[in-house]
Design a protein around this ligand. Structure first.
Ligand code: AQP
Length: 333
């Protein structure tokens, strides 16, 4: 059955292995099932929920488009566009924020993590981030949303918002309730420096993540320095309990090889951590280098990247403005 796919990535720089294995790799697989309609958005409105340098933001927007394409998203097959170029996202987010309840948003763990200790100083945008995300998805009648595990709670909220809007305005199925598509295994890649923190663009330590623009030497160095524990490599999954760093590195290895953890453990049986790390670096170089080289090449042609966004935004605007018009009518505007 064909699916309508929508997902977004924030242009906040440093796109990393977590973004790739948790989300973008899945985008490409879904696109390659030819019957699906795919829309991938550079969510710049989301990016400004925390302070951004305007010049860097512009650069990061182009870098995100280049990364999408370098990873295998084909602008001739999928719509790639920029959220701020389609005004319906902001309009729908306002209407949906009037439908959403404070109590729902108060439960969002990502806000608590990102706002840190001083929540009073967090932007209102950061607090209402999940409502904008719901608007993004619902404007396109997306049936499926591929995301990393960290976005699961936001997706559940999106479903609640869609159902409440439909109930409030007595329209059975106007907003389609989407299904999350979260990979069963390895959907949360952790920091290379701390196995209980997710790999993240905003981590101040570059050693905590493999960036999709890293070169060979950077990859080798980061994996060499990745935190492990003093125990030997496990031979069975049960031995991974309370060993988050080992579990993370083995998860990355398995995800890159498209195999389960059991198979990787069997394959690596008898090896020590430094031999395993060498093997992990090799496979990372094999997978990441072509992406990193392609990103660099694409970034030399800014006109091409801008034209992809312009064309994609035109196509997205056609779909979103139609839905927005109906939404406004339902509300009574
Ligand atoms: N560590 C991760 N493991 C698996 N999936 C991940 N994603 C992000 N980090 C991991 C998934 O990547 C997609 C795009 O994420 P995003 O850039 O829109 O936002 P994010 O989740 O806030 O990513 P970061 O890296 O943590 O950014 P910062 O540091 O700026 O907050 C999403 O589908 C996400 O699930």
């Amino acid at each position: 059955m064909s699916k309508k796919i929508f997902s977004g990535v924030q242009p906040t720089g440093n796109l990393h292995l977590g973004n790739y294995l948790g989300a973008i790799k899945n985008f490409v697989e879904l696109q390659n099932e030819k019957e699906n309609e795919c829309i991938f958005c550079v969510v710049d409105l989301h990016a400004i929920t925390v302070k951004q340098d305007p010049k860097k933001l512009k650069k990061n927007i182009r870098e995100t488009v280049a990364t999408f394409i370098a990873c295998g998203i084909d602008p001739a097959q999928s719509i790639i566009f920029n959220q701020s170029m389609v005004s319906a996202h902001s309009e729908a987010a306002w209407i949906l924020s009037c439908v959403s309840r404070m109590g729902w948003l108060n439960r969002m763990t990502q806000f608590k993590e990102k706002a840190g200790k001083d929540k009073e100083k967090a932007s209102i945008g950061l607090y209402s981030y999940p409502v904008l995300m719901a608007a993004d998805i619902l404007l396109y009648d997306a049936t499926h949303v591929p995301v990393g595990n960290d976005q699961k709670q936001h997706l559940e909220l999106c479903r609640d918002i869609a159902q409440k809007f439909n109930n409030d305005f007595d329209v059975m199925d106007f907003l389609k309730v989407p299904e999350p598509l979260i990979q069963k295994q390895f959907s949360r890649i952790m920091s290379l420096k701390d196995g209980i923190k997710k790999m993240s663009k905003s981590d101040p330590s570059d050693l905590s993540r493999i960036n999709l623009t890293d070169d060979k030497d950077q990859i080798i160095n980061k994996i060499k320095k990745a935190k492990t524990d003093p125990l030997p490599l496990p031979s069975v999954i049960d031995n991974l309990t309370e060993r988050p760093e080992a579990e993370n590195l083995l998860g990355i290895y398995s995800s890159l090889k498209n195999q389960n953890l059991e198979k990787s453990l069997m394959e690596l049986n008898g090896k020590n951590f430094s031999e395993f790390k060498e093997q992990l670096s090799e496979i990372l170089i094999e997978r990441i280098m072509p992406i990193s080289q392609e990103i660099k090449k694409l970034l030399e042609d800014i006109n091409f990247l801008d034209s992809v966004l312009l064309e994609g935004s035109d196509k997205a605007d056609k779909i979103a403005s139609k839905k927005m018009k109906k939404m406004k009518e339902l509300v009574g505007f």
